[in-house]
Ligand binder design. Structure first.
Ligand SMILES: Nc1ncnc2c1ncn2[C@@H]1O[C@H](COP(=O)(O)OP(=O)(O)OP(=O)(O)O)[C@@H](O)[C@H]1O
Length: 761
């Protein structure tokens, strides 16, 4: 019945849209109104089209025999009686929160499993007032549905968990919008997935406040963003901007590699005053008077005049480029007065203004102004700073000589990809202090408008293709008709293209990896300081990353952040987590590993091989693992220097031909998945049967099976000792193997040889 209603609503919405497109607006107001209707209907249609899978997944029966159904969206009949309650509505809360100890007025909670619009399973929890109050407060909700979903093969893309959200996750998802919420939790505790559901919840509950400003989700790398990108659309939310910290500047492609030392210095808060000093360095006072010969008159610019002009410009508190007109005007006034005096005129304000305008165009005057207060761009400022030891020595006194040396590059200006990821927050810091160059502001506006026009046309084209209206409508004309009224490109698109955009809420995933300078950049994007910060201090692998949440947040919101902790590991089975827990205790003996919700009966194994056979044996083992599990996805996590060789050997052993029958995005698109991929730049990284990754690349991802090569080298190469190994060990959902040549790290002693674990799940 619910699906019939869904289909009917889709048909009605499509028809209404078709009608709206046929209408012609006869004045601006009418066009605007129609566009607003179109926007609303398109959004509604997108939502109705995205919720087919698992439309309804829950039912609540109260003691007074009221029945309600919980699902992905709200659906009502023609008399507005609710048929389905949106999972985010307050009325749906008991579905996630009720416990045997605290059932409220619930008599029964039912989890419903649906496949292809058919109910394939139900799982009931009956609550009676006699339930023990201490009973099962920490028990799992909808255990059967939860365990079924956790044991499924990974598809290479994260799925939503709307049907099986657990109480501790629900508390995070529904936490109020304001302030900074930190979600600390071990690997696999659902931090990422809870944060994404929180984004959907906030957009639903605070739509008025968030619709215009938007929500930003930041993750560690582009592959990770691809891994999670389907979750919000599957919850009917498409207006969220997903990006990485490294890609926050629309025009910067930070693909240059970086030394660990340089990344640490660039991420340090001491860089903020260095950049401020570099900007101030370009607001110069001449040592001696500057003589100028202008239109037959000899003029002199005294250092004191320049100092006064600079003080005035600085007092304006505008960024450097935007304060330049103040400086210029002051200097030109000094010169104009001199000029009029020298030519014996008694000058009034109008004469001074005229003379100023004339002098502004004099090449010599322009050259002096450019010398004393040049228009600067952030890339220019940073390139100069990093390539001039002298400038670094004057601006970066707080850094020691080794740190300054780490910053220096000579080749910036000539390179196609001059920037590293750690440069991005510095470029942003510089851009903030410099402001828009006056004439570039107009250029930037023109660029934005051109981008909006392109997005409008694309949007209209997509819309018309999707609607199949049955009559010819030209996408360009649709876009043109709406132009000038309001843009049809989404808030997310516009926000992503604009460095100065500020968001209503920002979610930062793998937040422990951000450097202090990156935090400055992120916090600037959210003046309301409404943020959800998700991470695990025990998983910090970046050298410049966080050692405590207080250290990260106190500089920005001291004493004004709250923390929730997730304690249950949904990803990693107990057999694997036992091994990972031993490594965790070497990071910090005080740290508690998260509790796994399931066991698989499959023990992790370790295989020692001679060095010369390492690559070949890895290929053989991986090929065996893949054969054992026809549907599974596997990751080989290896030290960076071995990755390419392992990939080559695997390609040879497995063949590079694509394979059919793999689930996931590649299969859905009809394209067979490739067998092997290398690294996260490989477009097949998420779809291949096996992918070879470094620990950095594997962050936040998960695989059915993981083979770790040379764990001891992973520890030795890591900026944070055993942390990288801990991250690698916690990626599998089913099986874990270790291949090594020398001794294993002590914490892994006792992991048995392969051969005694079942090959099939
Ligand atoms: N309530 C739940 N129901 C079903 N699956 C869940 C639930 N919570 C988490 N999961 C699954 O557990 C896995 C781990 O979740 P997620 O990636 O969000 O963890 P994480 O805490 O971000 O891990 P890491 O710190 O290792 O990146 C995912 O496959 C997720 O879908």
């Amino acid at each position: 019945m619910l699906y019939d209603r869904l289909d009917l609503l889709r048909t009605r919405t499509t028809k209404r849209l078709a009608e709206l497109y046929k209408q012609r607006g006869f004045n601006h107001q009418a066009v605007w109104e129609r566009e607003a209707f179109v926007d609303r209907e398109v959004e509604r249609l997108e939502r109705l089209l995205s919720v087919d899978r698992g439309l309804c997944f829950g039912r609540l029966d109260t003691r007074d025999h009221t029945v309600s159904h919980i699902g992905r969206i709200a659906i009502a009949d023609d008399e507005y009686n609710p048929l389905l309650i949106d999972w985010r509505a307050p009325a749906a809360e008991p579905f996630y929160r009720a416990t045997a100890a605290n059932p409220g007025d619930l008599a029964r909670r039912r989890h419903i499993q649906v496949r292809h619009r058919r109910v394939v399973g139900v799982d009931d929890e009956v609550f009676s007032p006699a339930d023990s109050p201490a009973g099962s407060a920490a028990a799992l909700h909808g255990e059967a549905a939860l365990l079924a979903s956790l044991s499924e093969h990974r598809t290479g893309r994260m799925s939503d968990i709307v049907a099986t959200i657990q109480a501790e996750q629900d508390r995070i998802i529904r936490s109020p919008l304001g302030g900074v919420l930190v979600v600390q939790g071990g690997p696999g505790t659902g931090k990422t997935v809870a944060a994404l559901h929180r984004a959907a919840y906030l957009l639903y509950t605070y739509r008025d406040r968030l619709e215009r400003s938007g929500v930003l989700v930041l993750g560690p790398n582009r592959t990770f963003m691809r891994y999670i990108e389907q979750v919000l659309p599957s919850l009917g939310e498409t207006g969220v901007t997903l990006t990485t910290v490294a890609r926050m500047l629309p025009e910067v492609d930070p693909s240059r590699p970086e030394s660990r030392e340089a990344a640490v210095v660039k991420g340090d808060l001491r860089m903020a005053p260095v950049i401020a000093a570099a900007v101030r360095h370009h607001q110069r006072i001449p040592r001696t008077a500057i003589p100028l010969h202008v239109e037959g008159a000899d003029l002199t610019l005294e250092p004191a005049d320049v100092r006064a002009a600079r003080a005035r410009a600085r007092r304006s508190r505008r960024p450097h480029n935007e304060a330049r007109p103040v400086f210029t005007r002051e200097i030109l006034t000094v010169l104009a007065r001199q000029y009029l005096e020298r030519s014996g005129q008694v000058a009034d304000d109008d004469d001074v203004a005229d003379a100023r305008a004339d002098l502004r165009d004099e090449p010599d005057v322009r050259a002096v102004l450019e010398e004393l207060w040049p228009v600067l761009s952030a890339p220019q400022l940073l390139a100069e700073l990093f390539s001039s030891p002298k400038l670094l020595a004057t601006t970066a006194r707080a850094l020691d000589p080794e740190e300054r040396a780490a910053l220096q590059h000579q080749r910036y200006a000539s390179e196609e990809h001059p920037w590293t990821e750690a440069d991005v927050p510095l470029l942003d810091e510089a851009a903030e202090l410099l402001g828009e160059p006056p004439d570039e502001a107009a250029l930037a506006q023109a660029r934005r408008e051109a981008e909006e026009r392109r997005a409008e046309a694309e949007f209209a084209r997509d819309l018309l293709t999707g609607l199949d209206l049955g009559f010819p409508v030209d996408a360009g004309q649709v876009a043109e008709r709406y132009r000038g009224t309001k843009t049809t490109s989404s808030v997310g698109d516009r926000a992503a293209a604009d460095r100065t955009w500020t968001y209503g809420h920002v979610i930062v995933d793998e937040a422990q990896e951000l450097s202090p300078m990156a935090w400055r950049m992120v916090v600037r994007r959210v003046p309301s300081k409404s943020m959800t910060i998700v991470g695990d201090i025990a998983q910090t692998t970046a050298a410049a990353g966080a050692r405590s949440w207080a250290a990260v947040l106190d500089p920005h919101v001291e004493g004004r952040w709250r923390q929730e902790t997730l304690s249950v590991n949904y990803r990693t089975p107990a057999e694997v987590m036992d091994v990972a827990a031993r490594v965790l205790s070497t990071i910090d003996a005080e740290l508690e590993p998260p509790r796994s919700v399931r066991t698989t009966g499959v023990r992790p194994w370790a295989l020692q091989v001679p060095s010369e056979k390492l690559v070949g044996e890895t290929a053989t083992v991986v090929s065996g693992e893949i054969d054992a599990d026809e549907q599974g996805r596997l990751a080989v996590i290896a030290p960076a220097e071995l990755a390419a060789d392992i990939y080559a050997a695997l390609t040879e052993t497995l063949g590079s031909a694509p394979v059919a029958g793999v689930s996931g995005a590649a299969a859905e698109s009809g394209d067979p998945a490739p067998k092997v991929a290398l690294g996260t730049d490989d477009p097949a990284a998420l779809d291949a049967r096996a992918v070879v990754l470094t620990v950095q690349q594997a962050k936040g991802l998960e695989f059915d099976s993981v083979v770790i090569v040379e764990p001891a080298s992973i520890v030795a190469d890591s900026a944070r000792g055993p942390t990288d190994l801990y991250v690698a060990l916690t990626r599998p959902t089913q099986r874990l193997g270790l291949i090594h040549t020398g001794a294993l790290p002590e914490s892994l002693d006792g992991v048995g040889a392969p051969g005694f674990q079942p090959r099939h799940r």
